[in-house]
Ligand binder design. Structure first.
Ligand code: AMP
Ligand code: GLY
Length: 423
């Protein structure tokens, strides 16, 4: 089978490495892929948002199955367009991807169907939002409606900061049209859990839970990033909470999307907060998380392509999806300065024997050498029987890898480990 994967980050590298395990796969194309993915797939210089280019390539190369990984092409309708050309795909159609593409849509969906989430108000003009903020509870959370490269959420600790956020999103258009509408919501507290789930719109199988580390620096300090590391499973996510989430959040979401005529097929990502009043949805994503995928897929025992095809065919209920009873830790090696300004073009050295532990996110090939080309450069993942071992192993691999200006957090998994030991 010829497989096409749309995207070019660490998440896509993790998907490709797993897909390669299926014997029927003869060739994998990554659009656009990256310098590291090139070791496992044929990278083609077609951008992930170039829907027409992707479709033309898929038809010309007789692609048998396509996997659309990033949010932008999903929201733009890449799956709709590929399906129109007769190419089976993994990923939701645009009408379902809106669950991530519009926060106003997802908040209204949760309200309509009684799915637990933070209380909120929607505004389409700055004046009304600023009026509301005069006596809104502080801290408060301001969210741009549309996609904003993961930066559209501002936690305002003061009334002034909340007003600044409204002005920057709605008046200065910091996120362009994504900020035409905003959600202002209640500030929630509690441990955060990411749960990715396979669903074909009927059956839903949650994957092993995980914990992201979004802030740039140790101790959850510094700026928000795309994610500096992950561990799986998440120790806060007990069997009891999992059952509660299945009943009050996961299946109600699948059913709500069906009732709206927007059946969701693909990977549905639940960003949850375990509040003192029970688990609540912080956000939905219409795709695999990054870097959650880098810890979740290495623990998947069932063949990934088989699961994906069952999602596409609506036969997920006929198969079992199993995970190893083990732990994984992924440490992101970034360029110093990320998520702000950073230099690129530094040569990366990875010992041959740990190549299979490394998912490449931001690197290019220059004269046959792998060089840094992005903020998040590598995801280094280890699996082990215990969380402590997985953490130690991934940091031991990190120490064997080198490039100039490499930066990583030293405490990935530390909070999770403390939670396990506190039991
Ligand atoms: P997002 O970009 O939607 O993933 O949000 C980024 C981060 O903001 C989340 O991971 C949470 O840590 C935080 N966040 C979002 N919404 C809320 C909320 N209602 N209360 C507290 N923290 C929030
Ligand atoms: N790691 C968070 C995300 O993929 O959105």
């Amino acid at each position: 089978m010829k497989i096409l994967v749309v995207g070019g980050g660490g998440r896509e590298h993790a998907i490709i490495k797993k897909i390669k395990e299926n014997k029927s796969v003869t060739e994998i194309f990554a659009l656009p892929g990256n310098g590291g993915i090139a070791a496992d797939a044929t990278c083609v210089d077609i951008g992930a948002k170039d829907i027409e280019g992707i479709c033309d390539f898929a038809v010309e190369n007789s692609i048998d199955y396509a996997i659309v990984a990033p949010d932008d092409p999903l929201v733009l309708g890449a799956v709709n367009a590929l399906e129109e050309k007769g190419i089976p795909c993994f990923g939701p159609r645009a009408e379902a991807a809106i669950i991530e593409g519009s926060k106003v849509f997802s908040k209204n969906l949760m309200k309509k169907y009684g799915i637990p989430t933070a209380k909120y108000e929607v505004f389409d003009n700055a004046k009304a939002a600023l009026d509301y903020l005069k006596d809104a509870p502080i801290p408060t959370v301001i969210k741009a409606d549309g996609l904003a490269l993961g930066k559209g959420v501002i936690i305002a600790e003061t009334r002034e900061a909340a007003c600044d956020a409204v002005n920057s999103i709605m008046e200065d258009k910091a996120f362009g049209k994504s900020g035409d509408r905003i959600v202002i919501e209640e500030f929630l507290t509690g441990p955060e859990v990411s749960v990715l789930a396979f669903t074909d719109g009927k059956t839903l199988y949650p994957m092993v839970s995980s914990m992201d580390h979004k802030r740039a620096c140790d101790g959850d300090k510094g700026l928000n990033t795309g994610g500096m590391g992950t561990v799986a499973p998440n120790p806060y996510y007990t069997a009891g909470i999992a059952k509660e989430c299945m009943e009050s959040i996961f299946m109600p979401t699948v059913n709500a999307m069906n009732a709206e005529g927007r059946s969701f097929k693909g990977c549905l990502y639940f960003g949850l907060m375990l509040t003192p009043n029970g688990p609540k949805v912080i956000e939905y994503n219409c795709r695999f998380g990054d870097p959650e995928t880098q810890v979740v897929l290495p623990l998947l025992k069932t063949d990934l392509l088989t699961v994906m095809q069952a999602v596409t065919n609506g036969t997920l209920g006929d198969i079992k999806v199993e995970f190893e009873d083990a732990h994984a830790c992924c440490v992101i090696m970034a360029s110093k300065g990320y998520p702000e300004k950073y230099d690129k073009g530094f040569e990366i050295s990875i010992p041959e024997n740990i190549n299979d532990k490394v998912f490449v996110a931001g690197a290019a090939l220059k004269a046959g050498k792998l060089v840094t080309s992005g903020g998040r450069v590598l995801g280094v993942t280890a699996t082990a029987d215990s969380l402590g071992e997985a953490i130690n192993k991934s940091y031991s691999y990190v120490k064997e890898i080198s490039f100039d200006n490499a930066y990583y957090r030293n405490d990935i998994g530390k909070k999770a480990l403390a939670a396990t030991e506190g039991e």
